[in-house]
Write a protein that binds this ligand. Structure first.
Ligand code: BV8
Length: 241
């Protein structure tokens, strides 16, 4: 059971949704969170990525996100992102619901992307929500309208997910023939509930086999970029639109 099996299923599928996590961007040079080399190995997420840290530890919060933004400036989407964008153009993928905050799916050309955890590319004022530039945040400026604190449009621990993105992902996943889960430990609520509401076939593409593989109809162990390249080869020349 490999990429060829998934390719067969995708040829018969009317709607295939992809759910991605940080493992989708590690081959672009962005660390994930919970692997050996992940961000949370030596940083407590509650200290830097929570509403509490934004309110009571703003300098540490700002340094953490400043570092993440700088890391992003030197990285680009990899082949896997481009393959998923091409699958969308060929009618093979209808939506990418992502936990990633790097906007690499959009940069690679994907149009239908639900940003479940927002992004660290755009900023706003925490108090009045007015948009601000990345430069203003990096310069430690305050809001030009109300002098409030600036923050990236990322969903912090303790914040609710953007309702449009959440409802779109919920609806598409409930009606999908296939949900392909790529590069996520499914540790974070409520995104980790999405695979449970899938009614179609559930597929995992992940570097490590996780203990709750039982929920998947197909588990493909491997790096996202490599597996997607195999899948692309198996689907060569095939398109639905
Ligand atoms: C909410 C923003 C409600 C920061 C993120 C106790 C128990 C259960 C739940 C909770 C609890 N206490 C609190 C909660 C809720 C909390 C939560 O789930 N906490 C967990 C951690 C215990 N959730 C929330 O707070 C959410 N909000 O619940 O709101 C609410 C209701 C009313 C009013 C107010 C609130 C908000 C969650 C969003 C948090 N924000 N990010 C930032 O990114 O800077 S979460 C963070 O984790 C990232 O967004 C990341 O994407 C996400 C999930 O991680 P993964 O993507 O899965 O990454 P991870 O490293 O874990 O896994 C990567 C996988 O890929 C690994 O398996 C690895 O092997 C694999 N891999 C690596 N490389 C590759 C690969 N696979 C293939 N190829 C490769 N090359």
């Amino acid at each position: 059971m490999t990429a060829e099996t998934l390719a067969q299923w995708m040829r018969q599928s009317h709607s295939t949704v992809v759910l991605t996590g940080a493992g989708m961007s590690t081959e672009s040079g962005i660390p994930d969170f919970r692997s050996q080399s992940g961000w949370w190995q030596n940083i407590d997420p509650r200290a830097v990525a929570s509403t509490e840290s934004l309110q009571n530890n703003y300098e540490l919060f700002r340094e953490f996100y400043q570092m993440r933004m700088q890391a992003l400036e030197h990285c680009v989407p990899h082949t896997g992102h481009h393959i998923l964008a091409d699958f969308e153009k060929r009618g093979l993928v209808s939506l990418i619901a992502t936990q990633n905050v790097d906007q690499f799916h959009q940069q690679a050309g994907s149009k239908a992307v639900a940003e479940l955890h927002g992004n660290i590319v755009t900023m706003r004022c925490q108090k009045c929500s007015k948009p601000h530039s990345k430069q203003q945040f990096q310069k430690n400026a305050v809001c030009t309208y109300c002098s409030g604190k600036l923050r990236p449009n990322v969903v912090l621990f303790g914040e609710t997910l953007p309702s449009d993105a959440w409802n779109l992902a919920l609806n598409e996943i409930q009606h999908a023939n296939i949900v392909i889960v790529i590069g996520t430990s499914l540790e974070v609520y409520p995104v980790n509930q999405l695979p449970l509401i899938a009614k179609g076939r559930l597929v995992s593409i992940n570097l490590e086999s996780s203990n709750d593989n039982g929920q998947f109809d197909l588990v493909i162990e491997g790096a996202a970029g490599g597996v997607l390249a195999e899948l692309d080869q198996a689907l060569e020349g095939y398109k639905k639109k």
